[in-house]
Design a protein around this ligand. Sequence first.
Ligand code: GLC
Length: 444
Amino acid sequence: MKKNLSIALLSSIALLPFAAFSQNNANTQEIKDKMQWFADAKLGIFIHAGIYSVNGIDESWSFHNKKISYTDYMKQLKGFTLKNYDPAFWADLIQESGAKYAVITTKHHDGVAMYDTKLNDLSIVQKTPAKRDMVKPFFEQLRKRGIKCGAYFSLIDWSDNNYPGFLNDSSKYQLANDYDRWNRFRSFFQGQIKEISTRFNPDLWWFDGDWEHSAEEWEAKKVRDLILSHNPKAIINGRLQGNGDYETPEQNFPVTRPNYKWWELCMTTNDNWGFHYDNNWKTPYEVISIFVDVVSNGGNLLLDMGPKEDGTIPPEQINVLKELGAWNKKNGEAIFNTIGGLQQGHFYGPSTLSKDSATLYLFLHGKQSGPIMIKGLNNKIQEITVLGNGTRLQPKVVGKISWSPVPGLVYIDVPDSVADKYITVLKIKLDKAVSLYKGNGGLN
Ligand code: GLC
């Protein structure tokens, strides 16, 4: 009895995407309900649109890192046209990729608003030949397709005169010496947040740059309340000094499963966030294998694209999204609405589980075929099929001694003929919710 209990306990720990988590209030039912669409979504598309696409240089960081002067950086305003911007095409492409949400820059660290802010004149509407708001028509097109809308917003504003960083070193000031000035900045950035809230009502807020000030200095709790008072269901990413709902590892995540309840890996498709003359594109295989790894560990992927100044999307980017979409169409059952899969050790590759944990999906990287093996599976297997193909495969259980609690090893022979172009998925129907053996072999 004791043994059975501990096996059950260990199995359920292995089942939970994460045993413990760090977010504020993460245990309240309200937050869990609010986060459900996000947990099910798995894939979002990040869009770094900004004047930095004119020269194809680092978003904001290029002037911060003195690769270009601030004056020359701002000259890019004159070249930002959006003359071929087609938000319906963007939204179609995002939908085709399988993504369930998209996040667009409303303002990056350079302070240039991508919408029609009324709080200063530094916007693409006022200062560029585009003369238009990018965010509004994009959100309209997303919403027509049932895709959730996210607003990236940089807390840092390296152009605002009241921001105590970067610009005009001589005008830099210490907060403690001039809190009135800092208050002017606070009412400005919080005013922009109100504008974005009331005009666009984002489903998700993606803050950035919180590291330059403390929660108290940003009034992070107040910012959170401001957003939630307008839309109690809005999700807020973790870059708000402890006042967000989920974690945001960047470009890479830890080798072992992160200990977060909700998380999202944001990742570039080449080596830059915004449009660059950079040809180090990830291949569809690389993107799909990273995506699968993320989902198998209970997270989401926020895959970035950097459109050009005229609003067109580089063809390599389009290709990756289409290939990802085709793969999702065939294999999406193993991705969307699932939960993180087996902990390391049971199977040498990524896996996911249906919400009732009675179906296990195994992902076979790189055209892998031949015998694969599952270790420590207490369940009986009812059926194995190759997703999107329908071929049935037979398990072979070896080393199972009838009177021992140690489960045998399950071998499944995967023929070459069923291989997916990128990653093959096996669907394994179990007799009941997965139960995993965690003992040391022998009699326990
Ligand atoms: C970093 C960078 C920023 C980029 C963001 C995307 O925080 O400061 O330039 O937009 O990552 O995650």
